[in-house]
Design a protein around this ligand. Structure first.
Ligand SMILES: Cc1ncc(COP(=O)(O)O)c(C=O)c1O
Length: 418
């Protein structure tokens, strides 16, 4: 029995069966590559679902963890430590927002954003404004797995088993301005969007829709909340995906790549929103601890020092170009989209989506497929053109083999029928 087999058997007995894992055991990594227990090297185009921004074993991260772990790992939020204000300064300067709250994960940051929106609406009501408690979220949205986040997440499969979900959420059709206008009213305390939907299939908001969401919320005092958990921190070539649109939200949320693999989430908001929160209303034991903050600071500094925003733009553009050329040769690719290193190739069938992920794994390349038919690439920000070439060559082979197989099946079928 291999070590992987032993672990699989033990997990099958001991863990809740929440994940459908691929049969591979990872033990190390370097740069854009991750290694299994046999020393086989995999090109990682998924980076732990958009987390390992600097790849593996980056000296800025390993050095900071080593140093900070010998100084201080945890204090709780009852006391001060050196990291939170310094990290908040970096994030507020880059986001155009004023204040930060630190959590541990994406879903937890999102819960904080929802609570802020409800508290802010309460303050407005106490000042005599007419504003309700309803959230408008978008179809195909994904905001997390805890109750508030799940309730604002679109797909039934995430919500239904846990009903009743948090009430007061209505879903608007993505990029449908008429639907947004119809559903918006004084009852709404916030419109919730991802500038580029991640889990929903790398679907960007249109400029017009995003601008309308901003205009509607501004007209009543409701908030525009942008979830940047997947798209933010430089992945799209700007620190925040909303910056591609020139639209400023009232609240944004961050997590995934913010601390390069150490769990950390953040809520950023305006001074106006921040006035609705007072000591005791919200908090966390672990959020924004010294270790996570020091690593996040190191990650931001490394992104800047290594010019990784520009790299995400350049290599991301190249990736999309190469996928578009591939689409000319393979009808199975029906769309290519994304921004920077948040890239998707939509396929014409879920069967091919699943098969492509498995075939890429056989060729030692990690990708995933979201929304059944969308191949999703969320590589580390240090990705180079040569890595893109490797992936494109593998995809070319897989689609060619698949098309040949389909052709053979069709002609075999034709022969039988004949
Ligand atoms: C846009 C977005 N929001 C929220 C989340 C939830 O983050 P986490 O899994 O860290 O709770 C995710 C995770 O995929 C996400 O992509």
């Amino acid at each position: 029995m291999t070590k992987l087999d032993q672990i699989r058997a033990a997990e099958a007995r001991l863990l809740l069966s929440t994940y459908d894992r691929s049969p591979v055991l990872f033990v190390g990594g370097h740069g854009v590559h991750i290694f299994d227990e046999n020393g086989t090297k995999y090109l990682d185009l998924l980076s732990g679902i958009g987390v390992n921004a600097l790849g593996y074993n980056h000296p800025a991260i390993t050095k900071t963890i080593a140093e900070q772990s010998q100084k201080l790992i945890h204090t709780s939020n009852l006391f001060y430590h050196e990291g939170q204000a310094e990290l908040a300064l970096r994030l507020t300067e880059r986001s155009g927002l004023d204040r930060a709250f630190f959590a541990n994960t994406g879903t937890e940051a999102w819960e904080g954003a929802l609570k802020l929106a409800r508290a802010h609406a309460g303050v407005l009501r106490s000042e005599g404004k007419t504003i309700g408690t309803k959230f408008l979220a978008l179809e195909q949205s994904f905001h997390g797995r805890t109750f508030g986040a799940m309730s604002t997440t679109y797909k039934d499969k995430y919500r239904e088993p846990f009903a009743p979900v948090v009430p007061g959420v209505e879903f608007v059709k993505l990029n449908d301005i008429a639907d947004l206008r119809t559903k918006f009213s004084n009852e709404v305390c916030a419109i919730l969007v991802e500038a580029i939907q991640g889990e929903g299939g790398i679907r960007p908001l249109t400029q017009e829709f995003f601008a309308e969401a901003r205009a509607l919320t501004s007209s009543t005092g409701a908030l525009l909340i942008v979830d940047e958990i997947q798209a933010g921190m430089g992945r799209t070539g700007k620190w925040f995906a909303y910056q591609h649109y020139g639209i400023q939200p009232d609240i944004t949320t961050l997590a995934k790549p913010i601390a390069g693999g150490i769990p950390l989430g953040a809520v950023l908001c305006t001074e106006e929103v921040a006035r609705s929160i007072h000591p005791g209303m919200h908090g966390t034991t672990f959020g924004g601890g010294p270790l996570a903050c020091s690593v996040a600071i190191a990650v931001i500094d490394a992104i800047e020092k290594q010019g990784l925003l520009a790299n995400a733009t350049a290599v991301g553009d190249y990736f999309q170009q190469q996928l578009r050329s591939l689409a000319k040769r393979h009808e199975a690719i029906v769309d290519v989209r994304g921004k920077g290193l948040m890239v998707a190739a939509e396929l014409d069938s879920a069967e091919l989506g699943k098969l492509t992920v498995a075939e890429m794994l056989k060729r030692h390349i990690l990708i995933n497929c979201t929304s059944d038919t969308v191949l999703r690439f969320l590589p580390p920000f240090i990705l180079e053109r040569a890595h893109v070439d490797t992936a494109i060559k593998a995809l070319d082979e897989i689609f060619s083999e698949y098309a040949a197989g389909q052709g053979a099946t069709a002609s075999a079928g034709g022969h039988q029928r004949g």
